[in-house]
Design a protein around this ligand. Structure first.
Ligand SMILES: [Zn+2]
Length: 285
């Protein structure tokens, strides 16, 4: 009898270990620029995915792809959350966001107050959808953590990368946040539009990064310094995978070569090229 109990126990431990392996996958589908659909065992999210304008420079989703998303055609069915890092046009289109939330009342939007105010200014009565809003507005270099429908989200006050013109930072009013998301045990970091200077500022004010990161989605400007920046990201976030985002199509070939080189020291670095390209990443440590 003891032997049988022992066997059952062993099988239970084995099968739960096995199911853990299978539940820790992250399915990543590239949309455009910093836009992705991310899927874990029980959740599916869009991040910076609903937009049409690339300022003539950045990658944009095609009309067909947007139609597919807006009509919840597979694989874009049953989306739980839309995350938005900031409201620059190459990340967000206010009409698409308003239409999406109106059409899918179970979908929630996770973003900052400035983003909500901006969309509301462009889309009259947007605020009537406020039951679907999860507003997280950390101050620069601070963070706010909240659990929403079993997904733990930390909005990271990563300042939008600066562009100085005539001594003025023309991005000082653009509120950007990064996200740290724990979705079914898969831990995701998304930088939004920040570069190394701002990321280092954040780290300096917050001390050591303590949480595990399986997949870090980083703006390519966080890797402008090549291996030095990669080493810093490894030292701070220690991710298993790094996905390079926001590479303008005109710089794609150059960055594809850079990423190939960085792969020699960090095999988990990935650069997507075409819309709807997808990868399943095993997020076990
Ligand atoms: Zn931006």
């Amino acid at each position: 009898m003891k032997k049988i109990i022992g066997l059952i126990l062993a099988l239970t431990i084995y099968s739960s270990a096995f199911s853990q392996v299978r539940t820790s996958d992250l399915h990543v589908t590239y949309i455009a620029n910093e836009g992705f659909m991310l899927k874990t065992k029980h959740h599916k999210i869009l991040i910076d995915a609903l937009f049409t304008d690339g300022y003539g420079y950045f990658a944009t989703p095609t009309k067909e792809l947007l139609d597919q998303i807006m009509n919840a055609k597979a694989p874009f069915d049953s989306i739980n959350f839309c995350f938005l890092t900031h409201y620059h046009k190459d990340h967000s289109d206010s009409k698409l966001m308003n239409d999406y939330l109106s059409k899918f009342p179970s979908a929630k939007l996770i973003t900052t107050k400035p983003s909500l105010v901006f969309i509301d200014g462009e889309q009259f009565r947007f605020v009537k959808l406020q039951k679907q809003f999860c507003e997280l507005t950390p101050e620069t270099n601070k963070s706010i953590k909240r659990t929403i429908d079993n997904v733990t989200v930390t909005a990271l006050g990563l300042k939008h990368m600066s562009y100085i013109e005539d001594g003025i930072d023309i991005e000082q009013y653009m509120k950007n946040v990064g996200f740290y998301i724990n979705m079914d045990g898969v831990r995701i970091f998304h930088s939004g539009d920040t570069k190394m200077e701002q990321f280092k500022d954040y780290m300096a004010k917050n001390g050591q990064w303590k949480e595990p990161v399986n997949v870090a989605f980083v703006n390519y400007e966080l890797l402008n310094g090549g291996k030095v920046d990669l080493d810093y990201l490894k030292k701070t976030l220690n991710p298993k995978y790094i996905i390079v985002m926001h590479v303008p199509p005109t710089l794609y070939e150059e960055w594809a070569k850079k990423v190939e080189q960085l792969k020699q020291t960090f095999p988990g670095i990935i650069l997507f090229k075409d819309a709807l390209e997808s990868k399943t990443l095993n997020c076990n440590f």
